[in-house]
Design a protein around this ligand. Structure first.
Ligand SMILES: NC(=O)c1ccc[n+]([C@@H]2O[C@H](COP(=O)([O-])OP(=O)(O)OC[C@H]3O[C@@H](n4cnc5c(N)ncnc54)[C@H](OP(=O)(O)O)[C@@H]3O)[C@@H](O)[C@H]2O)c1
Length: 334
């Protein structure tokens, strides 16, 4: 098939493009900026179109001849932008990509949403029908695109919505890297009790789930939470990272509320000057928001079966950070 992956040069996009190419599909990746990752994708045999999902002409260029769309591009890590940027990219961009897919006659559209649409999970584990309660502009805009996809897609087009949990693995540029970096230094400051639940998702397990959406009829009209088999208190995740790296780690505890207040203040102060805040509420939410999910629906209906457990996933991830020299560098960022 000729398949478009928006956000194809991102962490998840790259892994998906690689697997699709290995399976013999013709792949186009649409992404924002030219960069090293574009060359990596070209080396895999994918085409790369540079342009924003908000740019209709660029989206149409990338859509030529496309039969199947994985829509992954999202404003996600951008910090020093107005909140409206998230609406433009995550909601407006999804509309633009979907409309172009409809015009091109693509038969299936898979939208990569997030487990974050459920915000803090009050009664863990949450299934797909748990309350939708996005807690920030990222989660809100990711959710708003879900009903849009269902409403705009014609009857002739299949749609699937995947809500991945916390993705990690080799190539993860940010969240788990921060845990690894601190653990490698031997100390991880824990704000709060450390009992907050967190649901990891190893990148290969997520790619398996995407691939299960390829056959006709698979998951049509449904949304699915995708996560690893188990969820954990965040303290256990930090300890497991220590075991993966084979380093002893101290975990001193501090109260979370002052950091949260500080995060709000710092974010407000940085925004007018276009500065990237060193601390902001979304980051602090990691210590506070319960994220634990029930993946029964994906198992039953898609045949999803996460293959890589946490210890193995963390071991592979740590190895990759070490090979790339990221853990040796102080304060370095992949
Ligand atoms: N990481 C997680 O834990 C997680 C959890 C749940 C759901 N998700 C979802 O999974 C998807 C992939 O996330 P990821 O972790 O792989 O993030 P990522 O590495 O930041 O990938 C997102 C990609 O989208 C691209 N992009 C951003 N804005 C764009 C625009 N306007 N036009 C075209 N491309 C644009 C980015 O390009 P640049 O790099 O050039 O900016 C990047 O390549 C996203 O939809 C995200 O919401 C992620």
């Amino acid at each position: 098939m000729r398949i478009l992956v928006t956000g194809g040069t991102g962490f998840t996009g790259t892994a998906l493009v690689r697997r699709l190419r290995e399976d013999g599909h013709s792949v186009v990746a649409l992404d924002y900026k030219e960069g090293l990752q574009c060359d990596a994708l070209r080396a895999m045999g994918a085409e790369v179109v540079i342009g924003s999902v908000t740019d209709r002409a660029a989206v149409e260029r990338s859509m030529r001849g496309v039969e199947f769309v994985f829509h992954l591009a999202a404003a996600f890590r951008e910090l020093n932008v107005p909140n409206s940027f998230y609406d433009e990219v995550n909601v407006g961009g999804t509309r633009t990509v979907l409309e172009a897919a409809i015009r091109e006659g693509a038969w299936k559209f898979v939208y990569c949403s997030t487990c974050g649409v459920h915000g803090n999970v009050d009664h863990p584990p949450a299934g797909e029908d748990a309350p939708i309660q996005p807690a920030d502009y990222y989660q809100r805009t990711k959710y708003e695109a879900e009903p849009l996809v269902k409403a705009l897609a014609p009857a002739s087009m299949e749609t699937v919505i995947l809500r991945p949990a916390a993705i990690y693995g080799p190539g993860d540029p940010e969240r788990f890297f921060m845990i690894f970096k601190r653990v490698a230094r031997g100390s991880f400051p824990m704000f709060g009790s450390g009992r907050t639940l967190y649901h990891p998702l190893y990148i290969d397990n997520l790619v398996d789930a995407f691939m299960l959406c390829l056959p006709r009829g698979a998951g049509n009209g449904r949304e699915y939470l995708i996560a690893d088999e188990h969820y954990y208190p965040i303290q256990e995740i930090v300890e497991e990272v220590g075991r993966a790296l084979k380093v002893p780690v101290r975990i001193p505890h501090y109260p979370v509320l002052p950091v949260l207040v500080l995060g709000h203040v710092v974010e407000k102060l940085c925004k007018p000057f276009g500065l990237t805040p060193p601390i902001f509420p979304r980051r602090v939410d990691w210590y506070r928001q319960n994220r634990a999910f029930d993946i029964t629906r994906a198992k039953r209906e898609l045949g999803y079966a996460p293959q890589i457990p946490l210890d193995e996933g963390l071991r592979r991830t740590g190895e990759w950070y070490r090979e790339m020299g990221y853990l040796a560098a102080t304060g370095g960022k992949p």
